[in-house]
Design a protein around this ligand. Structure first.
Ligand SMILES: *Cc1c(COP(=O)(O)O)cnc(C)c1O
Length: 332
């Protein structure tokens, strides 16, 4: 048994694994399954809460009473942080990237309900100075007598990685119950922490599954570096020697489309298609693009050497609501 750092219990886990029989049949390829990490909770739904179980435990152990983080205006991670802070009686400060005309909808709306302090910054400021801005916020809060803890974008940091090591332990138990072996695991990649956790677990548990990440921003090269950095940061918490090469990090590039959080009609149509076919609702920013990518890769025959593929539904449902109109524009 591998030893993981301590966590607090925040997520509704284990999450179910469901079969996607109709989609599998339509594609005529490997058997497809979906792990419902969109059901890790209501306010905290999605993948970020798994990371937060370890991150917030560390924050509490350090005596912190405030969580500071950053993200896009519809960031699921920011909303999850605001919800967890409220649940634990902590404060939260969110530094959000603001492209102008933000509808009070989706996660941005929920952040306000949850009582987060929100600071909007421009895309340029976000790109070049978000860490500095979070540090300034920390200093201001310290002056008011708080002890803030800074969480990087997406909660992608060494300690957060263990959320998805824990998820892999869950998957192994479920493999036994279901009598299947997932030889491939596919997920959306936005800041790399979730991928890092599954990759790390694959090593720690000596599994042979291939973990494929489908990036929803930047490119494969960026994420190989980003994931390698998060992995190295996680090694301080494990007591075995691990080695990896960047070549083992599988990123299926080509599904960013028009850019982060910008949807193409074919992606929105795919969300409608899957909702009707399987009764599963994907989000436009991450899982919609990633699963659209997975289906395309299967159609192209690139994944035919796999038998059972597990897609991780990493959540993001609230991000669909600000897209209501565009979904209807692509009705046909
Ligand atoms: C953040 C997020 C991801 C990406 O996870 P990372 O660990 O940031 O790579 C995927 N799906 C959803 C819905 C997310 O909110």
């Amino acid at each position: 048994m591998i030893k993981l750092p301590k966590r607090i219990h925040l997520a509704n886990i284990p999450t179910r694994i469901e079969r996607l029989d109709r989609l599998t049949k339509e594609l005529g390829g490997p058997r497809l399954f979906i792990k419902r990490d969109d059901e890790t909770g209501t306010e905290v739904s999605g993948n970020k809460v798994r990371k937060m179980e370890y991150i917030v435990r560390q924050a509490l152990d350090q005596g912190c009473d405030y969580l500071i983080t950053c993200g896009g205006i519809q960031s699921n991670h920011a909303r999850s942080t605001a919800a967890i802070a409220a649940k634990l009686g902590m404060g939260s400060a969110l530094i959000l990237r603001n492209r102008g005309n933000n509808e009070l909808d989706g996660n941005y709306f929920l952040n306000q309900l949850l009582g987060a302090t929100i600071k909007l910054i421009t895309p340029d400021e976000y790109k070049s100075r978000r860490m500095e801005i979070m540090r300034d916020t920390k200093l201001e809060l310290e002056k008011e007598g708080h002890r803030p803890y800074i969480i990087p974008e997406g909660g992608s940091m060494g300690i957060g990685t263990f959320g998805y090591v824990n998820a892999m332990l869950e998957i192994q138990e479920q493999e036994k119950e279901l009598g299947v072996h997932f030889d491939a695991i596919v997920l959306a990649v936005g800041s790399g922490g979730t991928y890092s956790g599954l990759f790390l677990a694959n090593k720690l548990l000596k599994r042979d599954s291939t973990v494929y990440g489908i990036n929803v921003c930047d490119d494969a090269c960026y994420f190989k570096n980003q994931i390698a950095n998060v992995l190295k940061d996680s090694f301080q918490y494990v007591d075995v020697e691990l080695e990896f090469s960047k070549n083992e990090i599988n990123i299926l590039d080509g599904y960013v489309g028009e850019g982060y959080a910008v949807s193409r009609p074919e992606e929105l149509r795919f969300i409608r298609y899957l909702a009707k076919l399987e009764g599963v609702i994907l989000d436009p920013v991450y899982t919609g693009k990633a699963m659209y990518g997975l289906v395309n890769e299967i159609k192209s025959g690139n994944l035919n050497h796999h038998k059972n593929i597990l897609f991780i539904h990493t959540g993001g449902l609230f991000g669909l609501f600000p897209k209501k109109m565009s979904i209807f524009d692509t009705k046909k």
